[in-house]
Write a protein that binds this ligand. Sequence first.
Ligand SMILES: Cc1ncc(COP(=O)(O)O)c(C=O)c1O
Length: 396
Amino acid sequence: MPTPSQRGLASPSSPIRKLVPFADAARARGTRVLHLNIGQPDIETPEPMLDAVRAYSERVVAYGPSGGDAPLRETLLAYYRALGHALRPQDLIVTTGGSEAVFFALAACLDAGDEIAIPDPMYANYLGYATLLGITVRPIPTRVEDGYHLPEGLEAFVGPRTRAVLLCNPSNPTGVVYTDAEMARVVALCAERDLFLIADEVYREFVYEGALPRSVLSYPELGDRAVVVDSLSKRYSLCGARVGCLVSRHAGVMQSAMKFAQARLSPPALAQVAAARASALPADFFDGARDEYRKRRDTVFEGLRRIPGAVALRPEGAFYQMARLPIDDGDRFVTWCLEHFEEEGTTVMVAPGAGFYAEPGRGNDEVRIAYVLNCDDLALAMRLLASALAKYPRAA
Ligand SMILES: Cc1ncc(COP(=O)(O)O)c(C=O)c1O
C-alpha cells in the first residue's frame, strides 16, 4: 500500500473545523449549538448580489480569464481607487477566495526552506499553507495581556532565510488593529532587510474605534514589497461564493501568481457575477454592519469580564475575541462542552486556542470566540460559557 506524503501527515488540522463532528453529534441528540467557532457572519448577503445570480442568463457556465472577469475586476479596481490606491490592471488577480490569495502570495514570494515571520497567534490556515509549501513560520510572540500588539525588537525575528513578514490587519484571531507606530516599525524593518510585507486585509472595514487601518499599499518606503491578500467573504457576507483577490505592484510576484492562476484555470464564474455588484452598494454600506459588530464585540467582552479567571482585552477590529480561560486544554474543554454540557437545551462551541499558535505549547488555555451571532444569542452563549466553566471537571 503506498503511503501518503509526509507533507500531508505534517499538515495541521483546522482548529475551527476539527471538532465539528462533536457539534454534529450534539445536534443529533437534539441540542442547539451556538457556533462561535467559525467566522461565518449571519448578516444577509446584499440583495443586488443575489439578484445578479438569479438573473444569470448565459446558456453555458464557461471558464473565464484567469485573472478574473472584466466586470468584477473593474469593481475591485474602483474599490481600491476609492481607498486611494491607483492600481494598474496587472496589479490585481481575482482569486478563489482570500484563501487562494494567501496561497499565491506565499508561493510567489517564498521558496521551500525560506522563512516567514508572523505574529503568533495567527490565522490558522497560514500554518497549513506554509506546511504545504515547505515554508518555515517564525512566530513573533504576542500576549493576551498586551492585546496581542507587537513586541519590541522585531529584528530578532528576521534570520538569513527570512523573506517576508505576514501581518493580518485587523487580525483574525486576535482582533488587534496595529497602530501607526507599529506599522511604521514593520515597514521600516521590511524596507531595511529587503523583505516582502504580505498583509491580509480582509477585515479592513471592521474596525470599531478610529479610522480604517492604513493599507500596506500606501507606504512609499516599501517600494514594490507590499503584497495584499483580500477577500469579499466577510465584507459582503459572501463566504460561500469564494471570491477574493491578490494585489501587488511587484511585477515578478504578479507574473508568478498569474502562472498559478492559469494552472487553476479561472475563478468561479457565478460568484464573480454576484461579487461585481458590489459596485451597486451605497457608500455607507459598511456603517450598519460595523455598528452591529461593535455591539456584538461589547456583548462578548462584557460576558468575559464576568467570568472569574478570564483574561482578555477588548478587540479593536475584525470579529474575533481571543481570551485566556481557566482551562487546562482548549480541545478538551470544547469537546466537553459539546459532549457533556447543555442548559436550556443549548450548548456553546468556541475554537480552541492552541491551533492558532505556531509555537508549540502555547494557547492551551486560550479560545477564540467569533462574534457572528446576534446580541441575544451572544449574551446567551456567554452565560453558557460561564456556566460551563463553573462545571468543567479540570484534570486532577
Ligand atoms: C484572516 C483571513 N484571511 C483569509 C481568509 C480566507 O477567506 P476566504 O473565505 O475569502 O477564503 C479568512 C477567512 O476566515 C480570514 O479570516
